[in-house]
Design a protein around this ligand. Structure first.
Ligand code: ATP
Length: 212
């Protein structure tokens, strides 16, 4: 009997640093869709930030590994770290789809998704794998999705002209951002409970994010 392909989530981010907002949202997506695994893909050289982040890619990678340790469903993914040049999602999805014999779901927050038209080859990307957009507001996204070429199939369920799905998935709003974490550090304030303890310890040990 043929076994169905595993369902894998691809969750990209600068993770500068990874925080509880990322982790909880990914957990809720994993559970809602029955994903076997969520790959946290570190954007080594983020195109929208001119290829540079606040902390070096090696430190962000180390924090990512520490944050995910102990969860068998979460895995850090270094494809963009190993690739030369800017970290484009289209290249990552192509590479992972080739390597994994899996049904891939690209997981993205609503705020990032709103900028999709600035992503490299975004139209091809939307046709390459299913998109899961994590909702954190009540705003109607339908008009925006229609400008991208989607049509609504059902409430919160859309598809491209070629029938590739996009799902709007509400997640518990946790108003933490990496910007907030970095700002607190700069002000000498606590980041306890906003990032996992091993991440907080690493930041302290390496004196990360102290400089403006
Ligand atoms: P920064 O504040 O530096 O812009 P960030 O906190 O938004 O960073 P990223 O690494 O840029 O973190 O985000 C990776 C992905 O996680 C994006 O798709 C983003 O929309 C999503 N995301 C970020 N913060 C949250 C949160 N609190 N809850 C759910 N998703 C989030």
């Amino acid at each position: 009997m043929a076994r169905s392909a595993p369902k894998i989530g691809i969750f990209g981010g600068t993770f500068d640093p990874i925080h509880v907002g990322h982790l909880r949202a990914a957990e809720e997506v994993r559970e809602a869709l029955g994903l076997q695994k969520v790959l946290f893909v570190l954007s080594a050289r983020p195109p929208h930030k001119g290829g540079v982040a606040h902390a070096p890619a090696e430190d962000r990678w180390e924090m990512l590994k520490r944050a995910l340790r102990g969860n068998p469903h979460f895995e850090p993914c270094d494809v963009e770290l190993r690739r030369e040049g800017l970290s484009y999602s289209i290249d990552t999805v192509r590479e992972l789809s080739r390597k994994l014999q899996a049904e891939c779901y690209f997981i993205v927050g609503e705020d990032s998704f709103r900028g999709i038209q600035t992503w490299k080859d975004w139209q091809q990307l939307l046709e390459l794998c299913s998109f899961i957009v994590m909702r954190r507001t009540e705003e109607d996204l339908t008009p925006f999705l229609e400008t991208l070429g989607y049509r609504e199939r059902d409430r919160g369920r859309f598809e491209t002209q070629r029938g590739i799905p996009l799902l709007l998935l509400p997640v518990t709003p946790i108003r933490v951002s990496a910007t907030l974490v970095r700002d607190l550090i700069k002000r000498g304030q606590s980041i306890r409970y906003l990032v996992p303890d091993p991440v907080r310890e690493y930041i302290l040990e390496k004196h990360l994010y102290l400089n403006p």
